[in-house]
Design a protein around this ligand. Structure first.
Ligand code: DQA
Length: 186
C-alpha cells in the first residue's frame, strides 16, 4: 500500500517511482482536473443572443459595429474567468428556442444577460419566461434603441429586467458582465 507521505510534494497523486516525464504528465493532469473542478464551482452566467445577432460583423456595421458574435462570446468567457464566473452563450433565431433556454435556466444560473434583438419589441413569451427566473437579468442592446425608429422604443422585457444597457456597442456586453459580477459578489 502506498504511504501518502511518500508522494511527490508538488503532485498529490504522483509516486516516487514515476520518472520525471511521467510525474510532469501527472502534475499537468492534476492541474487540469483542479481547473475543471474550480470552473464547475464558479457561478454560471447565461448570455442569450436573439435573432440575426449571429450575423454581427456583417450586419449593418454602422449600427452594430464590426465585432462578430464569436469575438463577443470569447471576450465574455475570458472576462468571466478573470471575474471567477463561468459564462455560457446561446444564440437562436427562434423565439421558442429562446423561451426553452430560459425555462431550462431556472436554478442553473446566477445571472442572465439577454439581447432578444427584434424579439425585444414583440415577445410576450420571452417576457413571461423571464418571470420564471429569480436572478439578476440585464437587458442589453448594442445600439441605443431610443435613438432609433419608434417601434424599437418599446421593450417587452425592460420592466422585468434588473437593468438595461443600450447604445454602448459591443462593449455593453462587458459592462453587463461587470454589473452582474458586482451584483453577485457585492
Ligand atoms: C438590438 C436592437 C433591436 O431593435 C434590433 O432588432 C436588433 C438588435 C441591439 O442590440 O441594438 O436586432 O437588440
Amino acid at each position: 500500500m502506498e504511504n501518502k507521505d511518500d508522494r511527490h510534494p508538488s503532485s498529490p497523486s504522483a509516486t516516487p517511482r514515476q520518472g520525471k516525464a511521467q510525474r510532469q504528465k501527472q502534475i499537468k493532469k492534476d492541474g487540469e482536473v483542479n481547473k475543471m473542478e474550480k470552473s464547475k464551482n464558479r457561478p454560471r452566467i447565461l448570455v442569450i443572443h436573439g435573432p440575426n445577432l449571429n450575423m454581427l460583423g456583417k450586419r449593418e456595421a454602422d449600427i452594430y459595429g464590426k465585432s462578430t458574435l464569436n469575438e463577443i462570446n470569447a471576450d465574455l468567457i475570458k472576462r468571466g474567468e478573470k471575474a471567477g464566473l463561468f459564462v455560457e452563450a446561446f444564440q437562436s433565431n427562434h423565439e421558442g428556442a429562446i423561451v426553452e433556454k430560459i425555462q431550462q435556466a431556472v436554478e442553473k444560473y446566477s445571472g442572465l444577460i439577454i439581447n432578444p434583438a427584434a424579439l425585444t419589441h414583440t415577445s410576450i413569451a420571452i417576457r413571461d419566461a423571464l418571470l420564471l427566473l429569480d436572478i439578476p437579468i440585464i437587458e442589453l442592446h448594442i445600439s441605443n434603441i431610443y435613438k432609433r425608429e419608434p417601434f424599437r422604443h418599446k421593450s417587452m422585457i425592460s420592466d422585468v429586467a434588473t437593468a438595461i444597457i443600450t447604445g454602448f456597442g459591443a462593449y455593453g456586453y462587458a459592462m453587463a458582465l461587470d454589473a452582474i459580477a458586482g451584483i453577485i459578489h457585492p
